[in-house]
Design a protein around this ligand. Structure first.
Ligand SMILES: *[C@@H]1O[C@H](CO)[C@@H](O)[C@H](O)[C@H]1NC(C)=O
Ligand SMILES: *[C@@H]1O[C@H](CO)[C@@H](O)[C@H](O)[C@H]1NC(C)=O
Ligand SMILES: *[C@@H]1O[C@H](CO)[C@@H](O)[C@H](O)[C@H]1NC(C)=O
Length: 336
């Protein structure tokens, strides 16, 4: 059973008679609120999930930890003034799998924050004004597979942030202010499969930026300020099957770059600065390399091109037919 509560200065009595295993606590009253072990003393032991939104609390000096819940596997705290950066604050939650801290002021992420929660597999740290991270801050999380650092204030990634992060598969750093991806930035993330750098301010990517990421299958560099990419940007990224370069300032993709792409990759290259020359070049490349899919026109641009140019018209008809097929699941065009 899921319970929605408005977190007031004392809700112990409300909780006493109800059995629930999940709760969303929201503080709307604007009054100071007290959140400590005593508040939860009547909650049944199978309580496993909580979201606490803008808790404005006075934490007694001697209470340095979030209340004890043996079975809690998911905790989401949004805003408020809980002392989330205190070393070991979450160490009363031995079974925690997902920790989500949003809208806090963290600035520099310290490793002590993750002490005592060894089973955590995902940490979501969105909109926490993070600029810097202590070396190996995530290292104590032996089962960590996903890190979300989106909507923070990261300008530069240091490889040492991710020391001992061998098991991490997904890293999301969307909506930060990264300008440059340096060589080896992700070298400690050997098992990374998805890296999302959408909506930063990236103008350059180092020669060996993605070197050694053998399992990387999705790389998103969309929504940046790239004017130029190296011919060997993704050389050695053996498993890459989706590369999103949309919404940058690229004029075209070089011959060498195109030839370095592995088979069956999907490249998204819409909303860049392609001129007609480039479009012609990519048209021919995709015609002669049917196992590489490069999407370089928006649907509107594709439609316009089809209307104008008889040479490509036949491909367009095929394309449109295929699209019609997928967008009309009853396939009525074909079967009446
Ligand atoms: C990394 O991936 C490999 C292959 O999938 C796997 O055998 C290994 O256990 C992973 N390492 C960690 C630390 O999860
Ligand atoms: C590529 O990134 C753009 C953002 O620039 C996004 O709108 C689009 O959905 C992405 N494409 C794919 C196929 O993921
Ligand atoms: C039609 O498109 C092809 C491939 O891009 C190009 O080579 C050709 O010049 C175009 N023809 C016209 C009339 O624009």
């Amino acid at each position: 059973m899921l319970l929605y509560l408005v977190l007031l200065s004392s809700f112990t009595s409300i909780l006493a008679d109800i059995h629930f295993t999940e709760a969303v606590l929201q503080h709307h009253s604007g009054l100071p609120t007290f959140l400590h072990n005593g508040d939860f003393k009547d909650i049944k032991p199978d309580f496993h999930m909580a979201e606490i939104v803008s808790a404005s609390v006075t934490v007694p000096e001697e209470e340095t930890k979030f209340p004890h819940f043996e079975l809690m596997d998911s905790l989401r705290l949004v805003g408020g003034n809980l002392p989330v950066t205190k070393p070991g604050y979450f160490s009363n939650l031995p079974q925690l799998l997902t920790l989500s801290l949003e809208d806090f002021v963290i600035k520099k992420l310290k490793s002590g924050m993750f002490e005592g929660i060894p089973s955590v597999s995902s940490v979501f740290l969105q909109n926490d004004q993070i600029e810097d991270i202590e070396d190996g801050a995530f290292g104590s999380l032996k089962f960590l597979t996903a890190i979300d650092l989106s909507s923070n204030e990261i300008e530069k990634i240091r490889p040492e942030w991710f020391l001992n992060c061998d098991g991490v598969e997904k890293l999301d750093i969307r909506h930060n202010t990264i300008v440059e991806i340096q060589d080896g930035a992700f070298k400690y993330l050997k098992n990374l499969t998805k890296l999302d750098l959408y909506s930063n301010k990236i103008v350059s990517v180092g020669e060996n930026a993605f070197m050694g990421l053998r399992s990387l299958s999705t790389l998103v560099l969309a929504g940046n300020q790239l004017e130029d990419i190296r011919d060997d940007l993704v050389r050695g990224v053996e498993s890459l099957d989706k590369l999103n370069l949309s919404q940058n300032r690229l004029r075209c993709l070089s011959e060498k770059f195109l030839n370095s792409l592995r088979k069956s990759i999907n490249v998204y290259f819409i909303n860049n600065k392609q001129d007609e020359d480039c479009k012609g070049k990519l048209y021919i490349f995709t015609k002669t390399h049917p196992d590489i899919n490069i999407q370089y026109l928006t649907e509107d641009q594709e439609y316009e091109r089809c209307q104008k140019n008889m040479t490509v018209n036949i491909d367009c008809n095929l394309l449109q037919l295929r699209r019609y097929w997928w967008t009309h699941p009853d396939h009525s065009m074909f079967f009446g």
